[in-house]
Design a protein around this ligand. Structure first.
Ligand code: FES
Length: 104
C-alpha cells in the first residue's frame, strides 16, 4: 500500500519518507533512516514509512512533495542526498529510481 502524505506533513516544505517495511529493512533501510535523522535539515521532515510498493529496490527513499524517488540508497550516500537535494535543491540523477525517472 502506498503511503501518501498526511495533513501534518503539509506544514513542512519537504518530507523525506524512508521505507521501513520488510524488504527495505533487509536491504539496510534502518541505517538509512538513522543517517537521515543524524543530518537534520530545517523545514524537512524525515519519516519512516510503510511499504512504498517498490519492494526489492530498497532501501527506497521518497522526497515529497516533488515525488522524487531514490532506490538502493546506502547509508553513506545519505549525506550526498542531504547536501545536494535537500539543501542544494538539485536532484541526484545517478541515484534516481529508474522505474519512475527514465534514464537519459
Ligand atoms: S518494503 Fe520498501 S518498498 Fe516495499
Amino acid at each position: 500500500m502506498l503511503n501518501l502524505p498526511t495533513e501534518d506533513q503539509v506544514e513542512f516544505t519537504k518530507c523525506v519518507q524512508i521505507c521501513q517495511h520488510r524488504s527495505c529493512r533487509k536491504q539496510g533501510a534502518v541505517a538509512v533512516l538513522a543517517a537521515f535523522q543524524a543530518l537534520p535539515v530545517e523545514d524537512v521532515k524525515i519519516m519512516a514509512s510503510g511499504c512504498l510498493g517498490q519492494c526489492g529496490n530498497g532501501p527506497m527513499v521518497l522526497v515529497l512533495p516533488e515525488m522524487v524517488w531514490y532506490s538502493h540508497v546506502l547509508p553513506l550516500e545519505v549525506q550526498i542526498l542531504v547536501e545536494k537535494h535537500l539543501l542544494g535543491g538539485q536532484i541526484v540523477t545517478k541515484m534516481l529510481y529508474h522505474r519512475f525517472h527514465a534514464q537519459k
